[in-house]
Design a binder for this molecule. Structure first.
Ligand code: GSY
Length: 161
């Protein structure tokens, strides 16, 4: 069978009930049988970058496993945005929900309407920080530190460490 690919989606919302839009986007992903939600980051409140004259965002990253190809996954993302009432008016303006395809395995896609890895993710802390969490299986940096400390304790308990 075709290998399942691990893809990372960046979610953002900065108008109306922001938390609810994030929850509804994730519920829409979970409701599909061609996408499996593998991990979720924490939700971060972030100052707008790029077009700064707009409300603060809530951002997070979700890891999904899918057999869909990048373009098919993009179509799913656009469907979910539309189903949540996303109206693409101002390109950089406020939005109820925004779902960006950040990474798709180690694929590199550069087409007019699809660039993977996402071209601006490298300079966006609101992407990179939650992406790190999602990559670590949804562990928050705090819980990563805890698990490291626990492992350190068990190592120290051993002879000759
Ligand atoms: N903090 C923050 N700033 C942003 N600027 C744009 S455009 N966006 C939309 C991202 O595609 C964001 C965002 O999601 N978060």
């Amino acid at each position: 069978p075709q290998p399942r690919r691990l893809a990372y989606l960046g979610l953002g919302s900065n108008i109306e009930r922001r938390e609810q839009y994030l929850e509804r986007a994730i519920a829409a992903l979970r409701a599909r049988d061609d996408v499996e939600v593998a991990a979720e980051s924490s939700v971060y409140e972030t100052e707008p970058v790029g077009y700064t004259d707009q409300p603060a965002f809530l951002n997070m990253v979700v890891a999904v496993r899918t057999l869909l190809a990048p373009r098919e996954l993009l179509a799913v993302i656009l469907d979910i945005e539309r189903s949540l009432g996303r109206v693409r008016t101002l390109r950089w303006g406020p939005r109820t929900i925004d779902i960006d395809l950040l990474l798709y395995g180690d694929a590199e896609v550069s087409e007019p309407d699809l660039t993977v890895p996402h071209p601006r993710m490298g300079e966006r802390a609101f992407v990179l920080v939650p992406l790190l969490e999602a990559m670590a299986g949804g562990l928050s940096p705090a819980s990563l530190r805890e698990s490291f400390a626990r492992q350190l304790e068990t190592l120290e308990g051993k002879e000759g460490v």
